[in-house]
Design a protein around this ligand. Sequence first.
Ligand SMILES: Nc1ncnc2c1ncn2[C@@H]1O[C@H](COP(=O)(O)OP(=O)(O)O)[C@@H](O)[C@H]1O
Ligand SMILES: [Mg+2]
Length: 416
Amino acid sequence: MRVIGLMSGTSVDGIDVATAELDLNDDVVELIPLGYVEHRYPERLRESVHAALPPGRSTGEQLCQLDTRLGQVFAEAAQRGVQEVAGGQADLIASLGQTIYHWVEGGQCLGTLQLGQPAWIAEATGLPVVSDLRARDVAAGGHGAPLASTLDAWWLRDLAIRDRAIDSGRPAAALNIGGIANVTVVHADSSPVAPTVAPTVAPTVAYDTGPGNALLDAATLLVTDGARDHDTDGVLARQGTVRADLLERLLSDPYYAATAPKSTGKEHFNAEYLRQQLDGLPSVDSGDLLRTLVELTASTVARDIRAHGVGTVLASGGGMHNPVLTEALATRLGDVALRRSDEHGLPTAAKEAYLAALLGWLTWHGIPGNLPSATGAHQPRVLGSITPGSAGAPPAVAVATRPTRLRVLSPETPDT
Ligand SMILES: Nc1ncnc2c1ncn2[C@@H]1O[C@H](COP(=O)(O)OP(=O)(O)O)[C@@H](O)[C@H]1O
Ligand SMILES: [Mg+2]
């Protein structure tokens, strides 16, 4: 089945559009990445999304307009996926939408809002759309994030069995550095599905470690007076040194010490937060500010990965394009091998869009897409809502076996 996955993260840099051929072979999901494109947001829409994100406030009218415009632009993105990558032929669209608010209080996720009305996508493409993939996990007591835990657990488990480069004697981890950074730690024999059977080893855990690029982007906007929205290639950070007083203050945020499951977003780590952290400190110059925030991301991610005794990390997300960040991360990780998800077939920039495709495919086949040990949900759940395509209500598609692993195959594989 050919599925287009759509994703725009908290960085609001654009919609990642990935096309995957997905199939189930016994208990192994086979994913063939056919390619991806990035669909930029029109500048005005991007500004409106930024204005609506915390600490911004929005009216019902503004949210309605955003939901509509985002749905229309996601529809354009999906059409590009169908035409430019899928060769004009796809079966299903899966959309993670644009998170506008992720409501966490007292360590519990109480609600989460992703906009990008799927009816526009179905109308433009004629294809069924699976959307709103987080809400069901939240309703089942979870954080609705990181949903990457499902892909990661199945993928790393398969790699640990098949690939000697992944040390199967130590846990492996997946890391995504988007606006927020999240990790998934997979123990070699972790039960990859619902913990209905008592696991014999530690279950898979996944959570947001804290800011990935969110504070770096906020700081870049601040020090360039809005001229630049991210520190391209870490040029500013490279000129600075870590300010110990600021780093110490940042690290004292109780989020880092809180136990998983946990999730966070721009509700917490935003420009206003950054201003408060700088308040009362001797003035911090631009380079030092960026370099210190690089260190914050690198040290919080690395500390957690090391604490889990991880041997290999597969990393993805826009933060992997920032060389100052990857160097700091490698230093902090010590003897933990840092590898890019590309090395195993999933491009760093598109891994989360492939995740969207996987989640849509799972829902289409009635297979739960959440991993309760990671998100904190009480039970596995089939995620999302389905908007029918031009063919009308979809038939139920049953599978004989529940997946326990995921294998990324090369697009050159025959019979695609
Ligand atoms: N060349 C680069 N140099 C520095 N940072 C980069 C570069 N490319 C991407 N990034 C960072 O990655 C972010 C986008 O990452 P992404 O994985 O798309 O995050 P999200 O899922 O939040 O949208 C940008 O906002 C920026 O901070
Ligand atoms: Mg992005």
